[in-house]
Design a protein around this ligand. Structure first.
Ligand code: KG4
Ligand code: ZN
Length: 348
C-alpha cells in the first residue's frame, strides 16, 4: 500500500453499459467514461445478452485506455484494479472481470472483485463524505429492487425484495407498452410530466402488507389493459403508472423503516434513483421521519464504473484483495442470509 491517497481503476460491464473510471480515496473522480449500448439493444426493446457481451468485448479496452490517457495515469500508477464480478449477464461480467485480472496481473497490482449491487449501495458515500453507516437503502435498478440496512462494507441486511419485477423493469415494460422505446425509465418520466397522475385507476400491489416486499407485475398488466382499452391518453398512463409505483415504494419504505433502528439516513441508489419524482417523494418520506435524505448525483445512479472503483477503494482500505481465480457470478446476493421470498425467481 502506498502512502497518500489510493487510486483505483474501476471496470463495469454487467449489463448494457461498458464503463471505466479512475477514483481516489479522497473521492476525486479523475476520469470516467461510459459507452452506452442503447444503439445495440434499442431495436429489440431490451438487452440481448449475446450482443451485450460482444459490445463489451469491443469497447472495454479502448475505454480503459481513454480513461488512463485523460487522467495522464499509467496502469502501473494505480493501487488496485476493481472489476464487477457479478451479479449480471454472465458474458458481459466475464469480459470485464477477465480484463481486470489481466491488468492486475500485468501491473502487479491487486485485483478487487466487486459485487455490482455493492457498487450501487456504497455510491452515495462517494458523493457524500458525511454519510455514515448504518443507513437505510432503497436500491432500485433494472434488475433489482431491494430495501437494505447497510451496516458497513460487505455487511448488508436485506429487509425487502421484489417477488416479481424490479422497479426499473416495470418502467421499461410500461415504456414498451406505450411504444416509448428503450431504455424506458427516462422516457416514461418525461411523458409523465404532461399527464395526470390520478387520470387512470391503477392498483398498488402489496401496499399495506406487513412484509415490506415489492410486486410490480400486476401493475404492469393493469397498464397494459388500460392502454388496450383505448380510453386513456399515453401521458395519463405514464403519470398514473409512475405515481402508483411511487406509492408502492413509499409504503414499502415506511414499513421497512418501522423495523429498522438506528439508521443515520434514508438513501436511494440505482438507475431509478435518477427519477426526480422518486427522489422528491422519498425526500419527503425521510423528512417526515426526521431522517436525512441522500441521493447520489444522476451520473452515479445509473450504471457506471466510478461506483465500482469507489467500492474497490472501500475494500482496499480494509486491506482486501481477491484471488486471481475469483469467478464471475450471474447471481450474487448482498445478504446471503436473507430468507428466500416466494415467487422471487432469479432476482438475487
Ligand atoms: O442501475 P441501472 O443503470 O442498471 C441496472 O443495474 O439495472 O438501472 C437501469 C434502470 C432501467 O430500468 C431504467 O429504465 C431505470 O433504471 N431508469 C429510470 C430512470 N433512469 C433510469 N427509471 C425511472 N426514471 C428514470 N429517470
Ligand atoms: Zn446497476
Amino acid at each position: 500500500m502506498t502512502n497518500g491517497p489510493a487510486l483505483v481503476l474501476g471496470i463495469e460491464s454487467s449489463c448494457d453499459e461498458t464503463a471505466a473510471a479512475l477514483v481516489t480515496s479522497e473521492r476525486r473522480i479523475l476520469a470516467q467514461k461510459i459507452a452506452s449500448q442503447d444503439d445495440v439493444h434499442a431495436p429489440y426493446g431490451g438487452v440481448v445478452p449475446e450482443f451485450a457481451a460482444r459490445a463489451h468485448a469491443e469497447r472495454l479496452a479502448p475505454l480503459i485506455e481513454a480513461v488512463l490517457d485523460e487522467a495522464e495515469i499509467e496502469i502501473r500508477d494505480v493501487d488496485a484494479v476493481a472489476a464487477t464480478a457479478g451479479p449480471g449477464l454472465i458474458g458481459g461480467v466475464m469480459v470485464g472481470l477477465v480484463t481486470g485480472k489481466a491488468l492486475a496481473t500485468a501491473s502487479g497490482k491487486p485485483l478487487i472483485a466487486i459485487n455490482h449491487l455493492e457498487g450501487h449501495a456504497l455510491s452515495p458515500r462517494l458523493a457524500d463524505p458525511t454519510l455514515q453507516f448504518p443507513y437505510a437503502l432503497l436500491l432500485v435498478s433494472g434488475g433489482h429492487c431491494q430495501i437494505l440496512r447497510v451496516e458497513g462494507v460487505g455487511r448488508y441486511q436485506r429487509l425487502a425484495t421484489t417477488i416479481d419485477d424490479a422497479l426499473g423493469e416495470a418502467f421499461d415494460k410500461t415504456a414498451k407498452i406505450l411504444g416509448l422505446g428503450y431504455p424506458g425509465g427516462p422516457a416514461v418520466e418525461r411523458l409523465a410530466q404532461q399527464g395526470d397522475p390520478r387520470g387512470v385507476p391503477l392498483p398498488r400491489p402489496l401496499v399495506g402488507k406487513r412484509e415490506p416486499h415489492f410486486s410490480f407485475a400486476g401493475l404492469k398488466s393493469a397498464v397494459l389493459r388500460a392502454h388496450e382499452s383505448g380510453n386513456y391518453a399515453p401521458a395519463d398512463l405514464a403519470a398514473s403508472f409512475q405515481q402508483a409505483a411511487i406509492d408502492c415504494v413509499l409504503d414499502r419504505m415506511q414499513r421497512s423503516l418501522e423495523t429498522m433502528d438506528e439508521v443515520t439516513a434514508l438513501v436511494v441508489a440505482g438507475g431509478v434513483a435518477a427519477n426526480t419524482r422518486v427522489r422528491t417523494e422519498l425526500e419527503q418520506c425521510a423528512a417526515s421521519r426526521g431522517l436525512r435524505f441522500v441521493a447520489p448525483p444522476l451520473k452515479l445512479c445509473t450504471d457506471n464504473a466510478a461506483m465500482i472503483a469507489w467500492a474497490g477503494i472501500e475494500r482496499f482500505a480494509k486491506g482486501e484483495a481477491s484471488p486471481l481465480d475469483v469467478p464471475a457470478r450471474p447471481r450474487w446476493p448482498l445478504d446471503p442470509g436473507a430468507e428466500p421470498v416466494r415467487g422471487a425467481g432469479a432476482k438475487a
